[in-house]
Unconditional design. Structure first.
Length: 218
């Protein structure tokens, strides 16, 4: 599996298609957290939202990096399409963690925020939630599920808007409201942890659905 993850990341790096979503993340964090609020926690809500949008885009790019013929060859070499899908998800998670490091440290480096362990912990959970949810949406909008790129784009935009804007759709909108409300940071970790758990469940369901639909298409 490790070799397969490295192969997936190498293909993503060679294509350089990761650059637009990664730049979007960096620009969003820099533009929206520089000179931001006095508290660190609301700044992390920006990073979580940027992480979600970026990882949705980047996961689509990552899964679609190989054309159907190349993916079929990779599937044979990996001894199963499920292994290729797992490798794609692990590769996306590694990218998400890399982005999260920037999203967590930049507001600390440029702001005058009081830094506490609980505030940074809230940021870690928020970035994780945004990344996992973005990967889940990206899988459902990839070529494995929606073969036509135009339909996939509409599906991605629609799902992103629903997850971000509809208040009763967990986990992103409730999490953003928790972070923006900025109660005591010690009170944040429990509700944020619940939303992180929901994002894990959503990703697992997305992987199962993606694998099922991909097998039907093949």
């Amino acid at each position: 599996m490790t070799a397969l993850v490295r192969y997936t990341l190498a293909g993503l790096g060679a294509s350089q298609r990761y650059l637009p979503p990664a730049l979007l993340f960096v620009i969003s964090v820099v533009a929206l957290t520089s000179g931001g609020p006095a508290s660190l926690v609301p700044s992390y809500s920006v990073g979580a939202l940027a992480q979600f949008i970026c990882m949705t885009w980047l996961t689509v790019v990552l899964v679609n990096a190989e054309d159907p013929v190349q993916r079929a060859m990779t599937t044979v070499a990996a001894q199963g399409s499920h292994r290729v899908l797992f490798a794609s998800v692990w590769a996306a998670l590694l990218v998400s963690v890399t982005l999260a490091v920037f999203g967590l440290t930049y507001p600390i480096a440029v702001g005058a925020h009081p830094v506490t362990a609980s505030a940074v912990g809230a940021g870690v959970v928020a970035q994780l939630t945004g990344g996992l949810c973005g990967i889940a949406i990206g899988l459902l909008c990839s070529r494995l599920v929606v073969p036509r790129s135009g339909y996939a784009l509409f599906a991605a935009v629609g799902l992103v808007l629903v997850v971000v804007l509809v208040p009763w759709v967990p986990p992103l909108n409730p999490m953003m409201r928790i972070l923006s409300g900025n109660p005591g940071t010690d009170d944040l970790l429990a509700p944020l942890g619940i939303n992180a758990g929901i994002s894990v469940a959503i990703l697992a369901a997305s992987m199962a659905l993606t694998q099922n639909i991909a097998e039907r298409h093949s």
